[in-house]
Design a protein around this ligand. Structure first.
Ligand SMILES: Cc1cc2nc3c(=O)[nH]c(=O)nc-3n(C[C@H](O)[C@H](O)[C@H](O)COP(=O)(O)OP(=O)(O)OC[C@H]3O[C@@H](n4cnc5c(N)ncnc54)[C@H](O)[C@@H]3O)c2cc1C
Length: 614
């Protein structure tokens, strides 16, 4: 298709526009209908909401459930847990808000047909750990999607949203979004009175461990392409804690999950010589982070830290001791089924490498870093908190509204609230949906104005890679190399290499410093310049191009935040070699950034952390 050939422009008006139909997006769509019976609610998704999002990687547990009906945990307990795991820095108002509502979300899931396992003795949900309950995960996303489909006025699948639109009549107010249909190529212009971004986290911004024949395999979903961050960043929304990338300890080569093994099968780890090693690093870690090492449970990053130190000391590999647990046939079945529901690839890797966990203790390794707001990490947009609970400084309007008027978010999109997982993300979507409906109703008839010039200019930019390819391919002399364009895979690998080598990826053992970060920013700027030469062979590659654009902008944000925070807050996630210690005196705070797309400049600032729960 040429630049202007045969493509339709489709205009859609919405009261509430939900971008991304994963867990948070389905929650936002569902709840918006509850409060906005007469509103037009539109959900736009780049895949198909039936199976889309990180949950489509497969789950076996709902990782955030209080169990208040049985007095198991209270919301305050969850705030303490998340705060501890994130080394003191979470938005307690937002976390509490999710925790107090998350049980009702899980009860809805069960009502809608999700099979949740029960303890035959107590009749309660089967616990895998303090916060986790076990489910049959295969049907999870279709069940959740059905609720969203029934609630939405319209669902647009296969639309990759590339940019948000701003109101031409009122500054700092969102007006909608544009994107393209990845199957037909049609250009879509959405106008929305409120926009809720729920576009998931970011994998593939750091070079993955899986290369060559394993390329594309990552722990977090490979299709999580940072749109949740790039879309708000582009329009000047403030971001927080973008330096707080996460590194996961997983089974080697398949990224198979370890949670059920630790919690349910009661397995444990040891070094290559069969020794316990975590205690060995106690004093060393204490010297870096003080008494955070004495907290229970030990923060996730510090457990990674012990593994990294032990391997660097030459006593790898770290292994999971499965041989004992797998002698019990029931546990053996659970161990394998855990992969069946989540990571079949890990079982295939083991089979191909002659690993029977009953006979051999399998290796663990640490993953490349990922950026997200819903797991044991809290990167994302800076959002207004709940009216009844947030400190005044954290409230500037409606719950989960970003610093741009009318722009809301949930799930991986929103920063400061770790450990929400699938159920918490859906819950946060519901919270954002309710607040967005209130915003729209308060606005009464005021319609945001979308500028024709703005979306027509964006249309040219969006489809330009197809034209670059059409013209540039005539210069190909061999293979796929053209002097005139860059393919998305080349741009992606360049981005991953820069982030890996300069911003604390696997090649440097997660180490970086001010000098490396400054150089990383220079190289990212060069890649940014080259993005106008991207060539896309077809619509699929056009989508890859825009995913790369989003990853690139999010990566720049990660790099700037990492440079700004002059301490090593989360050893095991990354290290600032020039500031190797945790520094509570100067950095017990959130980092905030704001990008100005007109000047290309970033402003950085600190924001206070309020401890609301004792
Ligand atoms: C391997 C793995 C294991 C996990 N294990 C568990 C577990 O055991 N228990 C648990 O509770 N949680 C688990 N999680 C976490 C859970 O999946 C996430 O917390 C949750 O899915 C986050 O919800 P979200 O809506 O923010 O993102 P997602 O659910 O990822 O949804 C984002 C949606 O946005 C769409 N999208 C992205 N970009 C665009 C764009 N530009 N335009 C349009 N649409 C777009 C995506 O296609 C997707 O549908 C796991 C996640 C992974 C990857």
């Amino acid at each position: 298709m040429g630049l202007f050939g045969g493509r339709k422009t489709v205009f859609v008006d919405a009261d509430i526009l939900v971008i991304g139909g994963g867990m948070a997006g389905c929650g936002a769509t569902y709840e918006s209908r509850y409060w906005g019976r007469d509103l037009k609610i539109v959900c736009v998704e780049k895949a198909n909401i039936e199976r889309s999002g990180a949950v489509a990687q497969g789950l076996y547990a709902i990782n955030c459930y209080m169990g208040m009906q049985w007095g198991e945990n209270q919301p305050e307990d969850h705030v303490r847990y998340a705060r501890n795991d994130l080394m003191g820095l979470v938005r307690e108002d937002l976390g509490y808000d999710i925790a107090r509502h998350v049980d009702s979300t899980v009860h809805k899931f069960e009502e809608w047909g999700l099979p949740i396992m029960r303890d035959p003795k107590t009749g309660r949900y089967q616990r895998e750990g303090k916060w986790q309950i076990m489910i049959h995960g295969e049907s999870y996303k279709p069940i959740v999607a059905e609720a969203a489909r029934k609630a939405a006025t319209e669902v647009y699948n296969r639309i990759m949203v590339t940019h948000l639109l701003m109101d031409t009549g009122k500054s700092n107010r969102v007006a909608g979004a544009v994107g393209f249909n990845v199957r037909t190529g049609d250009f879509h212009v959405f106008r929305g009175k409120a926009v809720i971004v729920c576009a998931g986290g970011a994998s593939h911004i750091f070079k993955p461990r899986s290369v060559g024949e394993g390329m594309g395999r990552t722990w977090y979903a490979p299709w999580s392409s940072a749109s949740a961050y790039a879309l708000p960043i582009q329009v000047g929304a403030k971001m927080t804690q973008m330096e707080n990338r996460i590194v996961l300890t997983r089974f080697k080569d398949g990224y198979g999950p370890v949670g059920a093994y630790f919690l349910h099968l009661k397995t444990y780890t040891q070094n290559g010589y069969g020794e316990e090693y975590e205690k060995r690093w106690y004093e060393d870690t204490k010297a870096l982070v003080g008494d955070y090492i004495d907290r229970h449970p030990v923060p996730t990053c510090l457990r990674n830290h012990a593994i990294l130190k032990e391997v660097a000391a030459g006593r790898g590999p770290i292994r999971m001791v499965t041989k004992e647990a797998f002698q019990d046939p029931h546990k053996e079945t659970v161990g394998w089924e855990n992969f069946l529901g989540m990571t079949i690839g890990q079982a295939v890797v083991w089979a191909s490498q002659n690993i029977d966990p009953k006979e051999i203790n399998p290796e663990l390794t640490t993953s490349e870093p990922y950026v997200m707001g819903s797991h044991a990490t809290c990167s994302g947009a800076w959002a207004s908190g709940p009216e009844d609970y947030a400190p005044a400084e954290y409230q500037w309007g409606y719950n989960r509204m970003m610093t741009v008027d009318g722009l809301f978010g949930a799930g991986d999109t929103i920063g400061g609230t770790a450990h929400k997982f699938s159920s918490g993300s859906f819950t946060e979507g519901r919270i954002a949906g309710k607040a967005a409906v209130k915003y729209v109703k308060d606005m009464k008839q005021a319609q945001p104005q979308v500028g024709e010039q703005e979306y027509r200019d964006l249309e040219k930019v969006i489809y330009q890679p197809l034209e670059n390819y059409r013209v540039g391919r005539n210069e190909i002399v061999a293979g796929t190399v053209s002097p005139s364009y860059l393919l998305p895979i080349h741009g992606l690998q360049r981005l991953e290499k820069i982030m890996d080598e300069y911003v604390g990826g696997i090649s440097t053992n997660y180490m970086t410093n001010g000098v490396l970060l400054e150089r990383g920013l220079e190289l990212l700027a060069m890649l940014k310049e080259d993005m106008s030469h991207m060539g896309a062979e077809d619509l699929h590659q056009l989508q890859r191009t825009w995913e790369l654009n989003h990853r690139l902008l999010a990566s720049e944000s990660v790099t700037r935040h990492t440079l700004f925070r002059e301490e090593t807050r989360w050893p095991g996630y990354y290290y600032r070699g020039d500031h190797l210690k945790l520094d509570d005196e100067n950095w017990h705070c959130f980092t905030l950034s704001r990008y100005d797309r007109n000047t290309g400049k970033w402003e950085m600032e600190k924001a206070p952390v309020y401890h609301i729960v004792d």
